[in-house]
Design a binder for this molecule. Structure first.
Ligand code: SIN
Ligand code: FE2
Length: 217
Protein backbone atom coordinates (compact mmCIF):
# COMPACT_ATOMS: atom_id res chain seq x y z
CA UNK A 1 0.00 0.00 0.00
CA UNK A 2 1.15 3.53 -0.68
CA UNK A 3 1.42 5.06 2.76
CA UNK A 4 1.75 8.56 1.31
CA UNK A 5 -1.99 8.41 0.84
CA UNK A 6 -2.17 8.34 4.59
CA UNK A 7 0.47 10.98 5.31
CA UNK A 8 0.01 12.27 8.79
CA UNK A 9 2.44 15.07 9.65
CA UNK A 10 1.05 15.45 13.18
CA UNK A 11 1.68 11.87 14.21
CA UNK A 12 4.16 12.33 17.05
CA UNK A 13 3.69 10.08 20.06
CA UNK A 14 5.39 11.79 23.00
CA UNK A 15 6.94 8.52 24.13
CA UNK A 16 6.46 4.79 23.83
CA UNK A 17 6.14 2.26 26.60
CA UNK A 18 6.54 -1.42 25.84
CA UNK A 19 4.06 -3.55 27.78
CA UNK A 20 5.42 -6.91 26.62
CA UNK A 21 6.67 -8.33 23.32
CA UNK A 22 4.09 -7.28 20.72
CA UNK A 23 2.30 -4.68 22.87
CA UNK A 24 3.12 -1.00 23.21
CA UNK A 25 1.52 2.21 24.49
CA UNK A 26 2.10 5.26 22.28
CA UNK A 27 1.54 8.05 24.76
CA UNK A 28 -0.29 11.10 23.47
CA UNK A 29 -0.29 9.83 19.90
CA UNK A 30 -3.92 10.89 19.26
CA UNK A 31 -3.67 14.31 20.91
CA UNK A 32 -3.13 16.26 17.71
CA UNK A 33 -6.42 14.87 16.39
CA UNK A 34 -8.49 15.01 19.58
CA UNK A 35 -11.15 17.43 18.36
CA UNK A 36 -11.57 15.85 14.96
CA UNK A 37 -11.84 12.40 16.49
CA UNK A 38 -14.50 13.52 18.97
CA UNK A 39 -16.48 15.37 16.32
CA UNK A 40 -16.43 12.27 14.15
CA UNK A 41 -17.63 10.11 17.06
CA UNK A 42 -20.58 12.46 17.53
CA UNK A 43 -21.45 12.32 13.86
CA UNK A 44 -21.29 8.53 13.83
CA UNK A 45 -23.45 8.30 16.96
CA UNK A 46 -26.19 10.36 15.30
CA UNK A 47 -26.41 7.80 12.50
CA UNK A 48 -25.77 4.70 14.61
CA UNK A 49 -26.66 5.52 18.24
CA UNK A 50 -24.73 4.00 21.16
CA UNK A 51 -26.36 0.83 22.54
CA UNK A 52 -25.97 -1.21 25.70
CA UNK A 53 -25.74 -4.70 24.29
CA UNK A 54 -26.23 -8.04 25.99
CA UNK A 55 -23.63 -10.77 26.29
CA UNK A 56 -24.50 -14.21 24.91
CA UNK A 57 -25.14 -15.19 28.54
CA UNK A 58 -27.77 -12.46 28.81
CA UNK A 59 -25.94 -9.88 30.91
CA UNK A 60 -26.30 -6.21 29.96
CA UNK A 61 -22.90 -4.68 29.26
CA UNK A 62 -22.05 -1.49 31.15
CA UNK A 63 -20.20 -0.05 28.15
CA UNK A 64 -22.31 1.52 25.39
CA UNK A 65 -21.18 0.68 21.85
CA UNK A 66 -21.47 1.67 18.25
CA UNK A 67 -19.31 1.04 15.17
CA UNK A 68 -18.04 2.53 11.96
CA UNK A 69 -16.38 0.92 8.97
CA UNK A 70 -17.33 -1.99 6.76
CA UNK A 71 -17.90 -4.26 9.73
CA UNK A 72 -19.12 -3.68 13.25
CA UNK A 73 -18.79 -5.85 16.33
CA UNK A 74 -22.05 -6.74 18.06
CA UNK A 75 -23.22 -9.14 20.74
CA UNK A 76 -26.59 -10.53 21.74
CA UNK A 77 -28.07 -13.85 22.87
CA UNK A 78 -26.96 -15.32 19.54
CA UNK A 79 -23.30 -14.62 20.27
CA UNK A 80 -20.42 -12.31 19.43
CA UNK A 81 -19.90 -11.46 15.78
CA UNK A 82 -19.07 -8.88 13.13
CA UNK A 83 -21.77 -7.67 10.76
CA UNK A 84 -22.07 -5.05 8.05
CA UNK A 85 -25.25 -3.47 9.43
CA UNK A 86 -26.46 -2.07 12.72
CA UNK A 87 -29.06 -4.35 14.36
CA UNK A 88 -31.11 -1.27 15.31
CA UNK A 89 -31.09 0.81 12.13
CA UNK A 90 -30.61 -2.20 9.81
CA UNK A 91 -28.43 0.09 7.75
CA UNK A 92 -24.73 -0.21 7.02
CA UNK A 93 -22.47 1.20 9.71
CA UNK A 94 -21.30 4.76 8.98
CA UNK A 95 -18.07 4.75 6.98
CA UNK A 96 -14.76 4.87 8.82
CA UNK A 97 -13.58 8.50 8.74
CA UNK A 98 -10.22 9.00 7.03
CA UNK A 99 -8.76 10.49 10.20
CA UNK A 100 -9.58 7.25 12.08
CA UNK A 101 -8.05 4.99 9.45
CA UNK A 102 -4.95 7.15 9.01
CA UNK A 103 -4.25 7.35 12.71
CA UNK A 104 -4.78 3.60 13.23
CA UNK A 105 -2.48 2.69 10.34
CA UNK A 106 0.24 5.05 11.58
CA UNK A 107 -0.01 3.73 15.13
CA UNK A 108 0.24 0.13 13.92
CA UNK A 109 3.27 1.00 11.81
CA UNK A 110 4.92 2.79 14.72
CA UNK A 111 4.42 -0.40 16.74
CA UNK A 112 6.03 -2.52 14.03
CA UNK A 113 2.94 -3.74 12.15
CA UNK A 114 3.37 -2.46 8.61
CA UNK A 115 0.36 -3.79 6.77
CA UNK A 116 -2.56 -3.05 9.02
CA UNK A 117 -5.78 -2.70 7.04
CA UNK A 118 -8.62 -2.10 9.50
CA UNK A 119 -12.13 -2.85 8.26
CA UNK A 120 -13.84 -2.46 11.63
CA UNK A 121 -13.87 0.22 14.31
CA UNK A 122 -15.74 -0.47 17.52
CA UNK A 123 -16.51 2.68 19.51
CA UNK A 124 -16.90 2.07 23.24
CA UNK A 125 -18.36 4.68 25.58
CA UNK A 126 -17.70 4.34 29.31
CA UNK A 127 -19.45 6.30 32.03
CA UNK A 128 -18.34 6.15 35.68
CA UNK A 129 -18.66 2.55 36.92
CA UNK A 130 -18.57 1.05 33.40
CA UNK A 131 -16.02 -1.71 32.91
CA UNK A 132 -14.87 -4.31 30.43
CA UNK A 133 -14.14 -7.70 31.98
CA UNK A 134 -11.02 -9.62 31.00
CA UNK A 135 -11.44 -11.07 27.53
CA UNK A 136 -9.53 -11.99 24.37
CA UNK A 137 -10.25 -10.40 21.00
CA UNK A 138 -10.74 -13.51 18.95
CA UNK A 139 -13.71 -12.92 16.66
CA UNK A 140 -11.39 -11.86 13.83
CA UNK A 141 -10.25 -14.08 10.97
CA UNK A 142 -6.55 -13.20 10.90
CA UNK A 143 -4.63 -12.99 14.17
CA UNK A 144 -1.63 -11.80 12.14
CA UNK A 145 -3.28 -8.36 12.14
CA UNK A 146 -2.90 -6.27 15.31
CA UNK A 147 -5.42 -4.39 17.45
CA UNK A 148 -5.15 -0.60 17.69
CA UNK A 149 -6.95 1.04 20.58
CA UNK A 150 -7.31 4.81 21.08
CA UNK A 151 -8.32 6.32 24.42
CA UNK A 152 -10.15 9.66 24.66
CA UNK A 153 -11.64 11.51 27.61
CA UNK A 154 -11.59 10.26 31.20
CA UNK A 155 -8.63 8.11 32.24
CA UNK A 156 -8.97 4.36 32.80
CA UNK A 157 -6.96 1.44 34.09
CA UNK A 158 -6.23 -1.10 31.37
CA UNK A 159 -5.54 -4.63 32.56
CA UNK A 160 -3.19 -6.59 30.38
CA UNK A 161 -2.82 -10.27 31.16
CA UNK A 162 -1.47 -13.39 29.55
CA UNK A 163 -2.80 -16.05 27.23
CA UNK A 164 -4.80 -17.70 30.03
CA UNK A 165 -7.55 -15.92 31.91
CA UNK A 166 -5.91 -16.84 35.23
CA UNK A 167 -2.52 -15.34 34.31
CA UNK A 168 -1.40 -12.30 36.33
CA UNK A 169 -2.34 -8.92 34.85
CA UNK A 170 -0.40 -5.70 34.50
CA UNK A 171 -2.23 -2.44 35.13
CA UNK A 172 -1.60 0.35 32.65
CA UNK A 173 -3.09 3.80 33.16
CA UNK A 174 -4.53 5.08 29.90
CA UNK A 175 -5.24 8.77 29.49
CA UNK A 176 -6.69 11.00 26.82
CA UNK A 177 -4.76 10.62 23.56
CA UNK A 178 -2.96 7.37 24.34
CA UNK A 179 -2.89 4.61 21.73
CA UNK A 180 -2.27 0.96 22.61
CA UNK A 181 -1.25 -1.49 19.90
CA UNK A 182 -1.01 -5.23 20.45
CA UNK A 183 -0.36 -8.00 17.99
CA UNK A 184 2.08 -10.78 17.11
CA UNK A 185 2.87 -12.76 20.26
CA UNK A 186 0.55 -10.47 22.28
CA UNK A 187 -2.43 -10.68 19.93
CA UNK A 188 -4.47 -13.08 22.05
CA UNK A 189 -3.58 -11.77 25.48
CA UNK A 190 -6.45 -11.23 27.88
CA UNK A 191 -7.24 -7.59 28.59
CA UNK A 192 -9.94 -5.45 30.17
CA UNK A 193 -10.82 -2.09 31.71
CA UNK A 194 -11.40 -1.58 35.46
CA UNK A 195 -14.55 0.33 36.51
CA UNK A 196 -14.23 3.94 35.36
CA UNK A 197 -13.75 6.49 38.13
CA UNK A 198 -15.95 9.58 38.37
CA UNK A 199 -14.37 12.59 36.72
CA UNK A 200 -14.85 15.50 34.40
CA UNK A 201 -12.85 15.82 31.22
CA UNK A 202 -12.74 19.19 29.45
CA UNK A 203 -13.61 17.65 26.07
CA UNK A 204 -15.77 14.64 26.93
CA UNK A 205 -17.36 15.48 30.29
CA UNK A 206 -18.15 12.31 32.20
CA UNK A 207 -17.21 9.88 29.48
CA UNK A 208 -14.31 7.87 28.25
CA UNK A 209 -14.35 6.85 24.59
CA UNK A 210 -12.28 4.07 23.14
CA UNK A 211 -11.84 3.35 19.45
CA UNK A 212 -10.76 -0.21 18.73
CA UNK A 213 -9.55 -0.91 15.19
CA UNK A 214 -9.37 -4.40 13.82
CA UNK A 215 -9.19 -6.30 10.59
CA UNK A 216 -12.18 -8.52 11.14
CA UNK A 217 -12.49 -10.35 7.81
C1 SIN B 1 -11.71 -3.52 24.44
O1 SIN B 1 -10.92 -4.36 24.82
O2 SIN B 1 -12.53 -3.78 23.55
C2 SIN B 1 -11.73 -2.14 25.01
C3 SIN B 1 -10.45 -1.66 25.56
C4 SIN B 1 -10.56 -0.23 26.03
O3 SIN B 1 -11.66 0.29 26.27
O4 SIN B 1 -9.51 0.43 26.16
FE1 FE2 C 1 -10.82 -6.21 23.59
Amino acid sequence: MNLDLFAHPDFHPSWREDICPGAVVLRGAALADERELLKAINRIAIKAPFQYRATPGGYAMSVAMTNCGELGWVTDRQGYRYQTTSPETRKQWPPMPDIFRTLAIHAAKEAGFDNFLPDACLINRYQPGAKMSLHQDKDEDDFGQPIVSISLGLPAVFQFGGLERSDPTLRVNLTHGDIVVWGGPARLRYHGILPLKVGEHPLTGQYRFNLTFRKAH
